[in-house]
Design a protein around this ligand. Structure first.
Ligand code: CAA
Length: 257
């Protein structure tokens, strides 16, 4: 079905692997469109969690430079819109989407990772917004999402120098949430995704949506949003099951989807 992706389902986890290793999984229009389709597939399916990763030694080395070299500004505008459409789709997806960063996450690759709910990085991963060396700036939301993650000073530094950083530095400045040894990376990422998928889908969705929607609100509106989301969960069977299981000292058995 997909030319550039592998969509695997393992239990309640969907693993979306970008599979253009010869081009370091660079994002061209076709890959961006297929990724969008894959997100629709995930939204419509019964999987509770999606994990995005890359085949070979890159997560994604950015937008496809070969495809961009001769673009005019109108084509570049279209490409940027396609990129933003995907990043916004990932961010607004009701269910959690994790980035499993196995290698280079550069330019559009870092932007893709930053649109996910959180980022797991292999010790082999490298990060950067190297667009400045190509005579451009990030075009798939790097100026916005990197700034939100690390602040204006650090985002300016990374975008204006194009410097590449390793996983430890990315963790220290708040780009990634967990670093995992390269040789255990796949297994550990799968375990984290499976653990999330064993939880209540209603709580996973509410957690994601309350964080995503609340981040742009002031504290009072954000608090009201949290109160509503928190209270709403008490109308689910999963809340009754989760709390009963705790009191009965057994493992909770949440609904499948
Ligand atoms: N687009 C197209 N092809 C790419 C690519 C990209 N972003 N990144 C790597 N490739 C290709 C290379 O051209 C090469 O192809 P050939 O074998 O046909 O020559 C192949 O992938 C392997 O790459 P290297 O030989 O360069 O591998 P390396 O291990 O020496 O270096 C790398 C790896 C550091 C990732 C290096 O390839 C690199 O710097 N890539 C470009 C990174 C970049 O500038 N990204 C930003 C793109 S612009 C962007 O993303 C804008 C935006 O915000 C939307």
């Amino acid at each position: 079905m997909y030319k550039n992706l592998i969509y695997d389902v393992d239990g309640k986890v969907a693993k979306i692997t970008i599979n253009r290793p010869k081009a370091m999984n660079a994002l061209n229009e076709e890959v961006l469109s297929e990724m969008y389709e894959a997100l629709l597939q995930f939204e419509g399916g019964s999987e509770k969690v999606a994990m995005i990763t890359g085949a070979g030694k890159a997560f994604v080395a950015g937008a496809d430079i070969q495809a961009m070299v001769s673009m005019d500004n109108l084509k570049a505008h279209e490409l940027a819109c396609l990129g933003h459409r995907l990043m916004n789709k990932i961010e607004s997806c009701e269910k959690p989407v994790i980035a499993a960063i196995n290698g280079f996450a550069l330019g559009g690759g870092l932007e893709l990772a930053m649109s996910c709910d959180f980022r797991l990085a292999s010790t082999a991963a490298k990060f950067g917004q190297p667009e400045i060396a190509l005579g451009i700036i990030p075009g798939f939301s790097g100026t916005q999402r990197l700034t939100k993650l690390v602040g204006t000073g650090m985002a300016s530094y990374m975008i204006m120098t194009g410097e590449m950083i390793d996983a430890k530095r990315a963790f220290d400045i708040g780009i990634v949430e967990k670093i995992i040894d390269e040789d255990q990376f796949e297994d550990e990422c799968a375990k984290i995704a499976e653990k999330m998928a064993s939880k209540s889908i209603y709580a996973l969705k509410a957690g994601k949506q309350t964080i995503e929607n609340g981040v742009n609100m002031d504290i009072l509106r954000g608090s009201r949003l949290e109160i509503e989301s928190f209270a709403q969960l008490f109308s689910t069977e999963d809340q009754k099951e989760g709390m009963s299981a705790f009191l009965e000292k057994r493992k909770a058995n949440f609904k499948d989807s």
